[in-house]
Write a new protein. Structure first.
Length: 692
């Protein structure tokens, strides 16, 4: 495990030998100067040795694998035997740097003690690098295994050729290729040069190992790779990057989206000891997307001087059209929207007829405020601009977006921008936005020095891409026996699309999160979307719209249980209905975005939702809660094609009145790679939910 360390890009290039010949699976990088000579010398020593030509740069859009992926971008086998695996997604505690390399290594047959994990820079050759939407494993599990398998096939082919045997009689295990009939073995390092001359097999031709042969996947053998460094303080996050001559900048940003600077006191700010420069930031224009907010940057020798300089600016703001926005009064705007008919997005049966003959009607309205992501580490980015090129270090979830936005702000080609990804002290969707990275690029060029743009905690709260504020109105029609005949739901919120110039009406893609895919065994269903204008930047937040849709549906089910005098668990199971996979017709919709997944692979499965409810209530001793003197709450939801349920215990507290003392969580997430990180995700979700 000590071999798997975080290394710099420069030392990584040196370590895997990209400046030397004899490489098996090279990256999309040409060797350094002199490599051709070294390579030629190596090949002259033995017939059939290393290639005399440097690895070719490959067009990432023409990669042989799905999504333009190419095995050469992810795996490198050196003659020393060291296997370098590139992690193309961002690590923010979810363990992606501990999971993705293991998927590849297990498929390859590599020994993790001889594996080095390197972090990818932002580049399209790695496919989708946006570490968002709970997709790193769901979307890349099979693709990454095929990349490892491609390397395995090439190494086996090289060994079989050397032994003059059929490749089918060989296997790769324990960091070597073994000829099974004779038990002869050749270490990966000895096969690297020959394997590197072979063509990469096509994706269709690759046969994956049986999942049972993946020794580390879903086992207790997957510690958090970066855990020791995080614990002892040696891990490098965004704010830890130090460059020679680096200055620190903080920015006075408009308090209202779309606002501008009317006036400020530049002379007073420059008088603060340590302040070097005052830089006017470009004003943001609609659609705001990932643009910097505008305002004034204060560049100084250290963070304290920069913050004091910012205070001295004494800025007067022109708040613009959004100055009228008040989140308290906006609640009435939202409620007015859901109290009127909206656009029908899901319909089953005849809701109006059901309500006309109902023995009882239950109604409720729900409001959920804006939520700020508030990762432990506020945004930070470092930029160095020289010779028309910009190099960036940032705790970003989306290095390709960061690269694109930095290039746009600087007015240069993306190829002139390099984005190095550090560890993230949390992200939750906030760091998928590129505004803070673009700020650093702009300020560094203007300051003519390397600059770290540091956000403070208050900056993060005030200038966040908030989760959408939401209002919902729910009604249910019950017959004389309490059976639910109809479910009517309206939801209103400014969708994320408004940040990018989209409409103020939730789309079908938005409503897949807990409205269109809510499993209900109810004869009549009517779901409506209602308009809500946006006055702030709205963005992704952990589980996104599922937050308020799960909250309202779960709370309303409690209301129905109360109205009927029924146990909430039984109410849940009655409304979910029997185990079944719901068709589009049964859901009452024409199509479902389904988080980019097919319904064949990931259907709306009432059985899985029932399963987590039954499992979590059994684990919590739900039926014995009253005899134990405890109050329990139950919630369940389908989110990002996984199914989860939670029971919280609330007890009386002499000082605080009540407090939550225990939680039970059950998640059916499908195939698991890193069990420990799934546990951590669920535990973190409970803490974050309680905070919200």
């Amino acid at each position: 495990m000590s071999e798997r360390i975080a290394i710099s890009r420069r030392s990584f290039l040196a370590r895997v030998g990209l400046g030397a010949g004899g490489l098996a699976l090279s990256l999309y990088v040409r060797p350094a100067r002199g490599a051709e000579k070294e390579s030629k010398g190596a090949s002259d020593k033995s017939k059939g040795g290393a290639s005399t030509k440097p690895p070719k740069a490959v067009d990432p859009s023409a990669g042989p694998f799905t999504g333009g992926l190419h095995p050469n971008a992810f795996v490198h086998v050196a003659e020393s035997g060291v296997v370098t695996i590139v992690c193309h997604r961002s690590e923010m505690g979810q363990g992606v740097r501990s999971s993705i390399p293991v998927l590849i290594a297990d498929e390859l047959g590599a020994d993790m003690a001889k594996v080095v994990v390197a972090q990818a820079v932002g580049d399209k050759k790695y496919g989708d690098q946006n570490t968002d939407g709970s997709s790193s494993i769901r979307k890349f599990d099979e693709r990454l295994r095929k990349i490892g398998a491609a390397a395995r096939v090439m190494l086996i082919a090289a060994a079989a050729a050397q032994w003059k045997v059929d490749a089918s009689t060989c296997t790769a295990t324990g960091h070597a290729v073994v000829h099974m009939p004779t038990q002869r073995a050749l270490p990966f390092g000895e096969l690297a040069a020959a394997a590197g001359q072979l063509p990469v097999p096509s994706e269709k031709s690759i046969v994956l190992r049986p999942r049972s042969e993946l020794r580390r996947v879903n086992s207790a053998m997957l510690p958090l790779l970066d855990g020791p460094a995080i614990a002892d303080g040696s891990a490098r996050f965004g704010s830890d990057v130090m460059l020679p001559g680096m200055l620190i900048a903080v920015i006075a940003r408009p308090p209202v989206v779309g606002g501008k600077v009317a006036r400020y006191d530049k002379k007073r700010a420059l008088a603060v000891p340590g302040v070097r420069k005052i830089i006017d930031m470009p004003a943001a224009k609609k659609p705001y997307a990932f643009q910097p907010w505008g305002g004034v940057a204060v560049v100084a020798d250290n963070t304290w001087a920069a913050m004091r300089g910012r205070e001295a600016l004494d800025i007067t703001w022109d708040d613009g059209e959004n100055a009228v926005y008040d989140s308290t009064s906006f609640k009435e705007t939202l409620l007015k929207s859901v109290r009127a008919p909206g656009e029908t997005r899901r319909k089953v049966g005849d809701v109006d007829a059901a309500f006309s003959k109902a023995a009882k009607v239950v109604e409720a309205e729900y409001l959920v405020p804006h939520l700020a992501q508030l990762p432990m580490e506020p945004p930070a980015a470092i930029a160095r601009f020289s010779g028309g090129k910009c190099e960036i270090w940032a705790s970003t979830q989306n290095p390709q977006a960061a690269r694109k936005e930095a290039a746009r702000v600087l007015g240069i080609d993306e190829s002139a921008v390099t984005v190095n990804v550090t560890l993230l002290g949390g992200g939750f969707g906030r760091k998928a936005k590129a505004d803070f990275v673009a700020e650093a690029a702009f300020v560094a060029r203007a300051a003519k020095a390397p600059v770290r743009v540091q956000w403070t905690r208050s900056d993060d709260v005030r200038h966040c891409y908030y989760n959408a504020v939401n209002a919902q109105r729910l009604r249910a029609a019950l017959d004389d026996k309490g059976k639910v005949l109809a479910w009517h739901q309206r939801t209103a919120y400014p969708p994320i699309g408004t940040t990018f110039g989209g409409k103020s009406m939730p789309s079908a893609s938005d409503l897949q999160q807990g409205v269109l895919d809510l499993a209900l065994d109810v004869p009549s269903i009517h779901m409506e979307a209602c308009a809500a204008p946006s006055h702030v930047r709205v963005g992704w937040y952990r589980s996104v719209y599922n937050i308020f849709h799960a909250f309202s549906a779960g709370s309303f089910i409690d209301e129905l249980a109360h109205a009927r005098g029924l146990d909430p668990r039984e109410m849940w199971l009655e409304l979910i209905g029997p185990p079944r996979k719901l068709s589009l017709a049964e859901l009452g919709i024409e199509k479902l975005s389904n988080y980019g997944e097919t319904l064949l692979r990931h259907p709306v499965d009432a059985g899985r939702l029932r399963g987590v409810v039954e499992r979590v209530t059994a684990a919590s001793r739900w039926k014995g809660r009253k005899s134990d003197g405890r109050a329990f709450g139950l919630a369940a939801h389908r989110s990002f094609v996984a199914y989860s349920a939670c029971v919280l215990s609330v007890v009386k507290d002499a000082r605080r009145g009540v407090r939550c003392d225990e939680a039970w969580i059950c998640i059916d997430a499908g195939a698991i790679v890193n069990r420990d990180r799934v546990h951590a995700q669920m535990e973190g979700a409970v803490v974050m939910g309680l905070r919200a």
